[in-house]
Design a protein around this ligand. Structure first.
Ligand code: ATP
Ligand code: MG
Length: 391
């Protein structure tokens, strides 16, 4: 009897996409193929409401599952025994699965995808259920069984499984278009980027640094963060934009209490320009209301004003503890807390204004060669790219 372990990946939101479902499923399959490259996955196949990963004999099954758990769009991940679609083989596989751990109650959840198979789902449930009940002296419990044996009968192969690992959910990266993320070296903005990836977007990352006014450590942090985020989106562009010249000009022309908001308005305009070049349709920041003085509603309004694209703030209603938990889970936290010098704290007083009005700033901004500052920043920015698999 031919028998081997595969991984079945099931989805939820993709299943609600009607006519577009195959397109989303293909995207998910392609993302799974890329992310599991080198782990012994022989074939990735999209069938009905699931994706099958066929593993080679020496595949690292645990690693494949762990990796698949990072892929957006996957909701349930199950290692499954694959056998030929024959009643005898299916029953033996169900017995094998049931022998792994003791249990006192169980159910069989059969699904006959291949309508030509000679037994329908209820007949399979009843027949296999009887065998398991007798052999293991266990009772059937449909609502809350200790062991739920799924039997998926497809045309040539059938799959028998009982365990679910939780997937990342969301939509496959690449199905929702592109955004440009203002990514500092801090905790919040990488989480904001990740949350947009979870909705199917690809993110171009834009980091502003004040080198050589300060040491260049935030540049390295941004590169490390980009590498981690690349594990979730497989192609990543990171722009490192020099901001020191702009800060010096702002120091000369704009009063201290208004400077943080002035910096942010320039960051927004430069990112807006990069977004347009890169074909991104929105900007993203890691702000959440009231977290710091620059994130009051009035300052958020004033910072947003010069943007031509919408600005998304996926963390807007989250508190810091929730954001930190998420940063730990996606493994950006350890990088974010490394020491660096935040460029927005350069040349600003201890208590910047919490309510800067656009008209207050515009008077001062008139003295700055804004267009020239933006185009210099674009010309002098450095581009780093990351891909998965890396070669
Ligand atoms: P973070 O943890 O993302 O730094 P924060 O709570 O420290 O956020 P601020 O430092 O006030 O907040 O920055 C607000 C947002 O502005 C950031 O989330 C980020 O989107 C953007 N931002 C700030 N500094 C930079 C920078 N140097 N480069 C790119 N974006 C930045
Ligand atoms: Mg910050």
């Amino acid at each position: 009897m031919s028998k081997s372990t595969d991984i079945l990946i099931r989805f939820h939101e993709i299943g609600l996409k009607g006519k577009n479902q195959p397109l989303f499923a293909r995207h998910l399959a392609e993302n799974l193929r890329r992310v599991t490259a080198g782990l012994g996955v022989e074939e990735v196949q999209s069938v009905r409401m699931m994706i099958k990963l066929k593993l080679s004999e020496n595949a690292d099954r645990e690693q494949v599952i762990k990796t698949a758990q990072t892929v957006f769009g996957a909701v349930k991940i199950s290692p499954a025994i694959r056998v030929a679609s024959e009643y005898q083989a299916i029953t033996e596989a169900a017995i094998n699965l049931a022998s792994l751990k003791p249990f006192s109650s169980f159910r069989i959840s059969a699904n006959r995808a291949d309508k030509k198979f000679h037994m329908n789902s209820s007949e399979l449930n009843a027949s296999i259920g009887q065998i398991i009940a007798t052999k293991f002296k266990a009772k059937v419990d449909l609502s809350n069984p200790e062991l739920n044996i799924h039997v998926e009968v497809q045309k040539n192969d059938s799959f028998i499984y009982s365990e679910d690992y939780r997937g990342a959910g969301g939509l496959p990266v690449g199905t929702a278009g592109k955004v440009a993320v203002l990514m500092s070296g801090g905790i919040d903005s990488p989480v904001a980027a990740w949350r947009m990836l979870k909705r199917g977007c690809k993110a171009v990352l834009v980091h502003f640094h004040s080198f050589p006014l300060v040491e260049g450590r935030s540049r390295e942090k941004a590169q490390e963060l980009a590498k981690v985020l690349n594990l979730y989106q497989y192609d990543t562009k990171l722009f490192l934009v020099p901001f020191a010249e702009i800060q010096k000009r702002i120091l000369l022309e704009i009063p201290g209490p208004l400077r943080v908001v002035a910096y942010r308005r320039l960051m927004i305009q430069i990112t807006d320009a990069i977004a347009k070049i890169e074909g991104a349709k929105a900007l993203v920041t890691g702000e959440s209301v009231g977290q710091v003085g620059s994130q009051t509603l009035q300052n958020i309004l004033t910072v947003s004003e010069p943007a031509t694209l919408p600005i998304f703030r996926p963390l807007i209603g989250m508190d810091k503890i929730e954001i930190i938990d998420q940063a730990k889970a996606i493994e950006t936290y350890g990088i974010s807390i490394l020491p660096d010098e935040d460029c927005c704290t350069l040349f600003v007083p201890k208590s910047p204004s919490t309510a800067v009005k656009p008209y207050e700033l515009i008077e001062y901004e008139k003295k700055l060669p804004i267009k020239e500052l933006i185009s210099n920043a674009l010309n002098e920015s450095e581009l780093f790219e990351y891909h998965l698999p890396s070669s």
